[in-house]
Design a protein around this ligand. Structure first.
Ligand code: BTN
Length: 309
């Protein structure tokens, strides 16, 4: 009887130890590393970047929204992860997030004195953040394009997407940027997206360039571009981006476009460029100039043989 009791006790103890080891390993692989760095902007200003890095979380966007109190007073909180189990795209879509790509969310408290009111000027944030990815691709010698308002394309396929959210006075910018995703993973995403006319087939740097890239180096370049761009934007300098963004749009000034409204209504007109607030200006026959400022609209190029999105 005593022997039996001792065996049971030993088994229970052994199971407890095994369980503890399992929990420790499990938690370690999910644990974030945190570091705080000073970063000098091009204008000489020093800001703080508090970075939390993960191996796996559900979504850097969700995690950031649950930890807004960690945002440094004078700077950004940045959350990155190798993989996401529940990545979020625009319009409630899923952002497929296998290992090898950039998944980052940048959060910042917007001071009441900032020239930018994120509530009304989200459109500008989306374009300026997308421009940070465009600059990164151009730094590699590539020729990306912006599908207005926040889809970054390379060789007419989507390589990166930007998700901008607001939580009271906090701006939250999520960037997904496909770096080392292989064709098999891209095919999986394209298969899931088949049938949604608003979705473009996806690609990665690996697929387009035929070799792997350093995710960390590219993340650092995106971060540098984003922090500098956002600093200009928060100083009310969106107009300095307008011409640069226009040059990289998938639709060129004067081209015929179809605008799809969220109400499923659509209309055609000539694209006239962006106004100083970042809205798209369309000259609609019989109606005149229309300004589109809802980021959820898709600007579609219609001409034969041209990009059809
Ligand atoms: C889009 O649909 O084009 C925007 C996609 C944004 C995806 C990024 S990945 C990092 C951050 N975390 C998320 O869950 N979503 C954004």
């Amino acid at each position: 009887m005593l022997v039996q009791k001792n065996i049971t006790r030993a088994i229970t103890r052994f199971a407890f130890i095994l369980n503890t080891i399992f929990i420790c390993c499990h938690v370690t692989s999910y644990l974030a590393a945190t570091d705080k760095n000073f970063f000098k902007l091009k204008n000489g200003q020093e800001i703080t970047i508090a970075r939390h890095t993960f191996d796996l979380i559900s979504s850097t966007q969700t995690w950031s929204k649950e930890h807004l109190e960690d945002i440094p007073v004078n700077g950004w909180m940045v959350v990155t992860t190798k993989k996401q189990s529940a990545g979020i795209g625009t319009n409630g879509r899923t952002w497929h997030s296998p290992e090898g790509n950039i998944y980052a969310t940048f959060s910042k408290k917007i001071s009441k004195n900032a020239s930018l009111n994120p509530e009304t000027e989200r459109l500008q944030v989306e374009q300026v953040a997308s421009f940070a990815v465009i600059q990164t691709l151009e730094y590699l010698g590539l020729k990306p394009q912006l599908k207005w308002v926040n889809d970054i394309l390379l060789n007419r396929k989507k390589i990166s997407g930007v998700l901008v959210e607001l939580d009271n006075d906090v701006l939250i910018i999520g960037i997904g940027f496909n770096i080392n995703m292989n064709q098999k993973e891209a095919d999986r995403v394209n298969e899931v997206c088949k049938g949604d006319p608003n979705l473009i087939s996806v690609t990665s740097l690996l697929i387009e360039e035929g070799h792997m890239f350093s995710v960390e180096d590219l993340f650092k370049t995106v971060q540098e571009n984003l922090c500098n761009n956002m600093s200009l934007l928060l100083d009310g300098k969106f107009d300095s981006f307008v011409g640069e963004i226009e040059k990289r749009l998938t639709c060129k000034i004067g081209e015929e476009v179809t605008v799809h409204l969220p109400t499923k209504r659509e209309f055609q007109g000539a694209f006239k460029g962006l106004n100083k607030n970042g809205s798209a200006i369309i000259d609609v026959p019989g109606k005149g100039i229309v300004e589109i400022n809802d980021g959820r609209m898709a600007l579609v190029i219609q001409e034969e043989g041209k990009l059809e999105l």
